[in-house]
Design a protein around this ligand. Structure first.
Ligand code: MN
Length: 230
C-alpha cells in the first residue's frame, strides 16, 4: 500500500468481556418514542426516518470510566438524547424484522448529542441536519454488550440523569419502531455491514447541558455511561 497521506485510525468501541468493535457507520433514527415526537411537534406513527453521523464522531467510554466531550462550537443549545445503540455483527439488505435479531452483535448506551439551535435553523430552511447532528465528538457510547451475553433487548428502563437529576426516562418497549422493525426499514435503504451502529432514538425530556455538567445514562442490563461536558 502506498498511502499519500496518513490513513485515519480505526474507530473502536470496547466490548464488555473483551475485544474491540470496529465502527463502520453510525445510523440514527429520528423521533422514535411517542412523547418525544410530541415534544418536537409531531404526532402519530410516521414511517421511521434516518440520518447519519461520521464514525469518528464516536467517543468510546470504557466501563467504569467517566468520558468527556467538548462543548461544541457554534451552538448555544447543546441537547442530550439518551439512546439504545444496536451494533450490527452480520450485514445484509432487505432484512425482514423476523430475521433481524440474527444480525445484531450487541447493544450499548449512546448519547446522540445535538446542536438543537442549528438543527432547528436547518429544519426551518429545509436544509440537511448535518451541522446540528453530525459534529465532532457528537456520539458518546459505552461498551458494547454482546447479545450472546445479555440476550435480545426488547424492554427495560432507559434513563438519563444530569448532575444527579432525572431528565429522561422510558422503557425500551415504548419504541415506536422496535429494533427489529428499524433494521427492516434501514436495510431497505442501505446495505448494512458488520461494524454499523444504530442509535435507535430518544425518549422525551431532551434538554440542554452546559460546560461542567455530568451526564449519566443507563439502560437495564448495560450498566451506566458517564460523560462530562468540558
Ligand atoms: Mn436521537
Amino acid at each position: 500500500m502506498n498511502l499519500v497521506i496518513p490513513a485515519a485510525p480505526p474507530v473502536l468501541v470496547p466490548v464488555d468481556g473483551g475485544g474491540q468493535f470496529p465502527v463502520r457507520r453510525v445510523y440514527c433514527v429520528g423521533r422514535n418514542y411517542v412523547e418525544h415526537a410530541q415534544e418536537m411537534g409531531f404526532t402519530g406513527r410516521e414511517p421511521p426516518f434516518f440520518f447519519l453521523k461520521p464514525a469518528d464522531a464516536v467517543v468510546a467510554v470504557a466501563d467504569g470510566e467517566t468520558g468527556s466531550m467538548p462543548y461544541p462550537s457554534l451552538t448555544q443549545n447543546l441537547h442530550h438524547e439518551v439512546e439504545l445503540v444496536v451494533a450490527i455483527g452480520q450485514g445484509g439488505r432487505d432484512i425482514a424484522a423476523a430475521d433481524a435479531a440474527a444480525h445484531i452483535y450487541g447493544y450499548a448506551i449512546g448519547l446522540d448529542m445535538t446542536r438543537r439551535d442549528l438543527q432547528g435553523d436547518m429544519k426551518k430552511q429545509g436544509r440537511p441536519w448535518c451541522i446540528g447532528k453530525a459534529f465532532d465528538e457528537s456520539a458518546p457510547i459505552g461498551p458494547i454488550h454482546p447479545k450472546a451475553r445479555v440476550g435480545e433487548l426488547t424492554s427495560g428502563r432507559i434513563e438519563l440523569k444530569v448532575n444527579g437529576a432525572v431528565r429522561q426516562t422510558a422503557d425500551l418497549s415504548q419504541l415506536i419502531w422496535n429494533v427489529s422493525e428499524t433494521i427492516e426499514h434501514l436495510s431497505k435503504a442501505w446495505a448494512l455491514q458488520p461494524g454499523d451502529l444504530i442509535y435507535t432514538g430518544t425518549p422525551a425530556g431532551v434538554a440542554a447541558v452546559v460546560r461542567g455538567d455530568l451526564m449519566e445514562a443507563t439502560v437495564d442490563g448495560l450498566g451506566t455511561l458517564r460523560v462530562g461536558v468540558r
